[in-house]
Design a protein around this ligand. Sequence first.
Ligand SMILES: Cc1ncc(COP(=O)(O)O)c(C=O)c1O
Length: 361
Amino acid sequence: MSLVNPNVEKMAGYIPGEQPESLDVIKLNTNENPYPPSPKVREAIAKITDEQLRRYPSPDARVFRAMAGSVHSVDPEFIITTNGGDELLSIVFRACLLPGDRVAMLDPSYSLYPVLAAAIGATPVMLPYRINGLQWHLPEEIFHLDARLLLIVNPNAPSGTMIDPHTLERIAHSFSGVVLIDEAYADFAPQTALSLVHKCPNVILLRSMSKGYGLAGIRFGYGIGRPELLAQLYKVRDSYPCDAVAIAAATAAIEDQPYARGTWMDVIEQRRWLQKTLMDMDFMGPESFSNFILATVPRGRSAADIYAKLKAGGILVRYFNLPGLQDKLRITVGKPADNQALIKALRRIVAGRSISLQETA
Ligand SMILES: Cc1ncc(COP(=O)(O)O)c(C=O)c1O
């Protein structure tokens, strides 16, 4: 007899993006903010007392929820905090799905979703999201779904493209289950689906502090949805999912909106430069509204080969050996010097010349 749930035994686990020990690498592979968090975060962490470390933290991160509520103009009761956005996903899967239930997601989108479905024994319904020229197209079936849970990353990962709030509203109205709109990258986008949480009782948004606020290292995320829906999620959540240090850091980060917005503006400006420069080199892709670019490599080139050569030269980007993505690279927008080093390295690779870490620096 298996020691674990048979669903777990037969599934493949999620493989996170590479996190090298060495800092001597240009890291454009896991979509972190290239800028550090607000200096107020360090101040907040420095103020943590022994007493705060001795006691359990606030179970519902009340200070953070009050601050996030004022930033998003929603009642704090509409906010649930989690140990990273990933934990919100686990909770929603646990709360909504029984073995055999159908869970719909765009394909491609976040590769953690099918893994969470497999652990429960739920059936993933993959909705083909396909590129034609520079346009990605939603399948018509998204408006006529038979499933209990629907996941939409917006802006999408890995494409970087956006579905407008009006279309999302139509989808939410046509769907009888819970719609999780994963806005992990919304800070870099021109629109959010925030207004839908008031209009559609079945919508929950996922937000992450890892990308927009430069806090991937502390693990903090949150959901925004109707309190009646959140009340169900609280039942299957850890008792103290966010520690005292993380709550203090995340609260300071979200409070310092001018700082965070400054980093988003810089990333957006760099994204435009990088995208235009890549297009000029025949690395094509639709306009990204995120902090990464999905670029199809020039005809006759191998994305796997370019990925490997960049890695050998000390530059990490993401390559997905998956249908529809094998000719593409997902490149996180970095600081200007990192983006320039990437372009320099790509020019050398395309010209058949070797690159080394010293040359890219
Ligand atoms: C689409 C998407 N959703 C959610 C997450 C989870 O983010 P975190 O757990 O770091 O808050 C990620 C992280 O890469 C992501 O890409």
